[in-house]
Write a protein that binds this ligand. Structure first.
Ligand code: SF4
Length: 349
C-alpha cells in the first residue's frame, strides 16, 4: 500500500516538530530536509547519515514520491518543456528556460485553472485540482536532475523560479506558501526570494497575506489598463476590479529597491493602442513598477491576434518615455507550445 503522507510536504519546522513528537532530536529533521532538496534522492536508504532503524521506520510511514517526467520537448532556442505525471494520473507541465548565466524554471501550481482568462489555453482545461507542496517542489527537483544529467548545471545553475505555469498560484495559497518556504530555506534548496516570482491575476486578500507571510517577488497579470477591457479578458476583474487591485499594489509591502512586475499581453485591436499605453502609464504612476509586455502567441483555439512589431515597439516607447522599465518578453519555446499561456497538457494528448 502506498503511504499517503509525503515527507516532501513538510517544512523544516514541521519536520523538527514531527521528530520532537517521537522523542528524536531536532537536527534529524534538518538532516532529512537537506536530503530532500537534493536531486536523485528517492529512498530513505540513501540517507546514509541517519540510523538504519530510523530510515526503516520512516519508510513504513512516509512516501518520498515525486512527479515522474513522462515527456520532454526541447525547442530550437533551448527551452525545455517537461510533462510530469502525478500519482493520480493527472499531468502538469513546467518549462526550463535558458538565460544568459542561469536557468529559470516556470512552475505550475494547479492542474488546470479556474480563472478563465480569455487569451489563455490552460483556461480551456478548466480547473482539476490544486498541487500539493511536493508536486511543486518536485518540478524543481526534476528540472535539476535533467540539467545535472546532461552536465548543463555546471555552466549555468537553475537559479530563478517563476510561478507562471498552469494555475493561479494564490488560489492554492497554503500549498504554494509551503512550497515557497521549502524552496527558500537555506538548509535545503536555498533559493533567494529575489529570484522567485509569484504571479497572480490579483486575488487581493491572498496578495495581502503573501506580503505578510514571505518575501518573494510579485507579478500582476494586468493585461488591460481600463476596468471594462480587463473584465472582458479576465473574469476575476468582476470580483476584484482594477481600481481595487491597483490600490492593493500601492499598499503592498515591497522591500526597498524591489518593483512589482506588471504582465501585459498585447492583443491586436484589444489593448494595444496608443491610448491604452497612456492609460497604463497613468494607472501605475507612483508604484515601483516594471512592465513586461508579452506579444500574444497566436493559437488556433484562441480568438486573438498578435499586434505588428511596429505597434508593439510604439506601445513600449510610450511607457519608456513615461519613465517605466519596460521589457518585451522574448517568446521562448514557441515551437513546442511552451510559450506563455500555452501550457495545457498537450503532451498528454
Ligand atoms: S492566464 Fe494564468 S490565471 Fe489566467 S487562466 Fe491562464 S493559467 Fe489561469
Amino acid at each position: 500500500m502506498k503511504n499517503s503522507r509525503n515527507l516532501r510536504d513538510y517544512t523544516p519546522e514541521e519536520l523538527e516538530a514531527l521528530f520532537a513528537e517521537r522523542g528524536l532530536p531536532a537536527y534529524r529533521g534538518r538532516q532529512i530536509f537537506k536530503w530532500l532538496a537534493r536531486p536523485f534522492v528517492y529512498s530513505f536508504s540513501q540517507m546514509t547519515d541517519l540510523p538504519k532503524d530510523l530510515r526503516e521506520k520512516l519508510a513504513q510511514e512516509f512516501s518520498l514520491a515525486l512527479p515522474e517526467v513522462t515527456k520532454e520537448e526541447i525547442s530550437a532556442d533551448g527551452t525545455r518543456k517537461l510533462a510530469l505525471l502525478l500519482e493520480d494520473e493527472e499531468i502538469i507541465e513546467c518549462v526550463i528556460i535558458p538565460e544568459e548565466d542561469h536557468y529559470t524554471l516556470c512552475v505550475s501550481s494547479q492542474v488546470g485553472c479556474a480563472m478563465g482568462c480569455a487569451f489563455c489555453l490552460t483556461a480551456r482545461m478548466g480547473f482539476r485540482r490544486n498541487l500539493k507542496p511536493h508536486e511543486i517542489t518536485g518540478q524543481v527537483l526534476r528540472a535539476k536532475e535533467i540539467l545535472e544529467k546532461e552536465g548543463l548545471s555546471e555552466e549555468k545553475p537553475l537559479r530563478n523560479l517563476v510561478f507562471m505555469g498552469m494555475g493561479e498560484p494564490l488560489a492554492n495559497y497554503d500549498n504554494v506558501l509551503k512550497a515557497l518556504k521549502i524552496l527558500l530555506h537555506p538548509g535545503g534548496f536555498n533559493f533567494s526570494g529575489r529570484r522567485v516570482t509569484v504571479s497572480t491575476v490579483g486575488l487581493i486578500p491572498q496578495m495581502e497575506r503573501l506580503g505578510r507571510d514571505i518575501r518573494v517577488k510579485l507579478a500582476i497579470s494586468l493585461h488591460a489598463a481600463d476596468n471594462e477591457t480587463r473584465s472582458r479578458l479576465m473574469p476575476i476583474n468582476k470580483r476584484y476590479p482594477l481600481p481595487e487591485l491597483i490600490a492593493a499594489c500601492r499598499r503592498y509591502p515591497l522591500p526597498k529597491g524591489w518593483r512589482i512586475t506588471f504582465e501585459y499581453v498585447l492583443l491586436a485591436g484589444v489593448n494595444d493602442r496608443v491610448d491604452d499605453a497612456k492609460r497604463l502609464a497613468a494607472l501605475l504612476r507612483g508604484i515601483p513598477a516594471k512592465i513586461n509586455l508579452i506579444p500574444f502567441n497566436e493559437h488556433p483555439l484562441l480568438p486573438f491576434r498578435c499586434p505588428s512589431e511596429e505597434q508593439i515597439l510604439r506601445f513600449q516607447e510610450i511607457l519608456l518615455a513615461a519613465g517605466y522599465v519596460t521589457t518585451i518578453r522574448k517568446s521562448r519555446g514557441r515551437d513546442i507550445s511552451a510559450a506563455c499561456g500555452q501550457l495545457a497538457s498537450r503532451l498528454a494528448a
